[in-house]
Design a protein around this ligand. Structure first.
Ligand SMILES: Cc1cc2nc3c(=O)[nH]c(=O)nc-3n(C[C@H](O)[C@H](O)[C@H](O)COP(=O)(O)O)c2cc1C
Length: 329
């Protein structure tokens, strides 16, 4: 039985939240996670029209009445424009989703204070994914309800401050009064226990959800993550001002070689395009496009159902905390 500010805020069984995953965090996965007692993520960038986005929200609601969050990424993109961001805010407030995970620019700077007011009025809880104390403090100041403290271990785009989850979590816990959720390096009950011990009210993870029965990607990739270890991811993208962490692969070697030889964003776009990544998830070709997974893949050992994963993690969290308690008196 978990009782944290996250389980209380959302009325969920487990304080385990799925992070935004472009192409993967769609209704089937989102609904399965929320149904199993965690918090699923519906990643808004998967939808370009209001009708598609609203239909996806309804699809999750047909799977479960339990709450889920919507992931809205506010980063420069060729496909997703400021008009899309405004549409996501409109639909999330009208549909009164439980919460939003914002990444990239904070709402006040990326969309405007109106968005914050609209979410507040609709009762939608706002969390920002941050990699630094200063960004957490800013989120609190402009009215966010919580922050996700994302360390350099995470998949996706960790902040280039390069601070680990182990240090970032307590630093942010000490710096704000709103709930803090740990992100990066989380994939089992031991890492949940560690996060709670560091003062977090819950965890967010993404890569671990890929090697589950319900994840909508090719089995090759689910199995590849079991084979790969914690040292099998690498950083790229420094030269274009947006670092990323992805699975080591031929394509990432090519990206890094282009960056080292002074290549431009235009040279990189064909290798990094969203549609190329979508194709790789579908065909299972891990060498074809950057798969943005975190160091947590070193902790993935088997493909399980979402329900098995969350129940096992919860049990292991309790066992870990009990075992730790026995080591001190
Ligand atoms: C396949 C994949 C796609 C992701 N896409 C996004 C995204 O669109 N927006 C975002 O803010 N974060 C994205 N992330 C980052 C996750 O939301 C999360 O912060 C991170 O993966 C946590 O680290 P972990 O994967 O080791 O658990 C993605 C992560 C993965 C694994």
């Amino acid at each position: 039985m978990f009782k944290t500010k996250i389980t209380e805020m959302f009325g969920v069984k487990y304080p385990i939240i799925c992070g935004a995953m472009m192409w993967l965090s769609i209704p089937s996965l989102c609904g399965a996670i929320s149904k199993a007692g965690g918090m699923g993520n519906l990643t808004a960038g998967n939808y370009e029209t209001e009708d598609e986005f609203r239909a996806a929200i309804n699809e999750v609601r047909n799977i479960t009445d339990n709450p889920f969050i919507v992931g809205i990424t506010i980063l420069p993109s060729l496909r997703i424009t400021p008009e899309h961001h405004a549409m996501y805010v409109k639909v999330c407030t009208e549909e009164k989703v439980a919460g939003v995970e914002i990444s990239g620019a904070p709402l006040d700077k990326g969309i405007g204070m109106d968005a914050i007011e609209a979410f507040k009025k609709a009762g939608v809880k706002m969390f920002h994914k941050v990699g630094a104390v200063r960004h957490a403090v800013h989120a609190q100041k402009v009215g966010y309800d919580g922050v996700y403290a994302a360390g350099i271990e995470e998949g996706g785009h960790p902040l280039n401050d390069d601070v680990t989850t182990m240090v970032l979590t307590p630093r942010i816990v000490d710096s704000v009064d709103i709930p803090v959720v740990s992100v990066g390096g989380i994939a089992d009950g031991r890492s949940v226990a560690a996060a709670l011990t560091l003062g977090a009210e819950g965890v967010m993870m993404a890569s671990r959800f890929i090697s589950t029965v319900e994840c909508p990607c090719h089995d090759n990739i689910k199995n590849e993550l079991i084979k790969r270890q914690e040292f099998d991811t690498t950083m790229f993208g420094h030269s274009i001002g947006l670092q990323g962490r992805a699975l080591k692969s031929k394509v990432i070697d090519e990206v890094i070689a282009i960056e080292e030889s002074g290549g431009t964003l235009e040279d990189l776009i064909p290798l990094l395009s969203g549609l190329r990544i979508k194709e790789a998830w579908e065909t299972g070709d891990v060498e074809y496009a950057p798969l943005m997974v975190g160091q947590s893949i070193g902790l993935i050992n088997e493909i399980v159902t979402i329900q098995e994963l969350l129940d096992t993690m919860a049990k292991e969290t309790v066992e870990t905390l009990d075992a730790a308690k026995k080591k001190v008196s």
